[in-house]
Ligand binder design. Structure first.
Ligand code: BTN
Length: 326
């Protein structure tokens, strides 16, 4: 009921009467009053005036299932949110939940991760209250070989949301780091459970440094946050809901063809590597070339020094600029 009350308060322009809330939700006035007090305790500023009702004046930047769900404007993605204050990793948690029926679209979000996971077995620093640490469960009917493209769809969706909501142009470092001012603000780790040619589920883990101001010594050169770069305050639940909406929209475009033909052009517009010199680091060798953009299969096209064109597959390589991270 808290979620519904929050949603009604948010949707209402002026005061909403206790009677209207009672009628819509089929509960007593006392029940409404109790929830209002709970919300106030959590930091929501609610004006209550007799004969007029309730009006939401301020929404705190807190995360809870109710808060995130009340912002959600999607059909499937994030309609159900599991929020945990502290968890080892939202990806680990989501993988367990994914075994359950009907979990396609369920979003797991946490206030803090104690064992946040990055790509290639790295750790992902996930401090309390300053970031978005979330994992979305998906069960698409596609081949395992097509799954890595969903990570690219997620990255594009984060970039587009940052632009639409805050007017900030973040860029994509292929395949799926999001950067502002040459430093990373977001990383995506997709984990997949498959059997032969069949996907049981995917867990798309998205970590965004929203307002972190201090980074551990070893990350300082490479990592930053949206606040640090752009000095804006972000309401995380609103940001999460907008990312889910954008992701759902782009995912549906992807699912029409099961490739990136409908998104390739836009992805390339956000691609920071485009026309830049890059080093492709494979397990046994590395080579340099110019990144040209991605193709409809999500591969990075690179013109090598000897003039040949190579299609680089994500997952198997690491890409760097020749002088540093980009
Ligand atoms: C990377 O190395 O760039 C990927 C980082 C992915 C971090 C996110 S935070 C939410 C989810 N849970 C995890 O343990 N990792 C991902």
């Amino acid at each position: 009921m808290k979620k519904e009350i929050l949603k009604m308060l948010k949707d209402s322009e002026g005061y909403i009467s206790g009677q209207e809330l009672c009628t819509c939700l089929g509960v007593s006035r006392t029940a409404i009053w109790k929830v209002m007090n709970q919300l106030k305790e959590e930091g929501y500023v609610i004006d209550s005036v007799s004969n007029k009702g309730y009006k939401l004046l301020e929404i705190p930047d807190i995360l809870s299932s109710e808060e995130i769900e009340s912002q959600m404007d999607t059909k499937v993605f994030g309609r159900k949110v599991v929020y945990i204050d502290e968890v080892d990793s939202t990806n680990i948690y989501a993988k367990r939940l994914a075994e359950e029926k009907d979990s396609h679209g369920t979003l797991v979000a946490a206030g803090r991760q104690t064992q946040g996971k990055g790509r290639r077995g790295r750790e992902w620093d996930s401090p309390e209250g300053t970031g978005i640490w979330m994992s979305l469960i998906l069960k698409p009917a596609i081949k395992p070989s097509q799954a890595s493209m969903i990570t690219l769809v997620a990255g594009l969706s984060v970039c587009k949301t940052t632009k639409k909501l805050y007017g900030i142009k973040s860029l994509i470092k292929w395949p799926n780091d999001i950067v502002i001012g040459g430093k990373k603000i977001c990383g995506i780790l997709t984990e997949i459970s498959t059997e032969f040619d069949y996907i049981h589920h995917l867990v798309v883990g998205i970590g965004i440094n929203v307002s972190t101001m201090e980074f551990p010594e070893e990350l300082k050169e490479k990592a930053t946050s949206i606040k640090k770069e752009c000095n804006i305050s972000i309401h995380r639940s609103e940001f999460i809901a907008a990312i889910m909406k954008e992701f759902e929209f782009n995912y549906n475009i992807f699912m029409e063809t099961c490739d990136l033909s409908g998104l390739e052009k836009e992805y390339n517009e956000y691609l920071v590597n485009k026309n830049r010199e890059v080093v492709i680091i494979e397990t046994r060798q590395q080579y340099e070339g110019t990144a040209l953009g991605i193709n409809k299969d999500g591969e990075l096209l690179v013109r090598t020094r000897d003039g040949r064109e190579k299609n680089v597959l994500s997952g198997e390589v690491s890409v760097r600029g020749i002088y540093g991270y980009i």
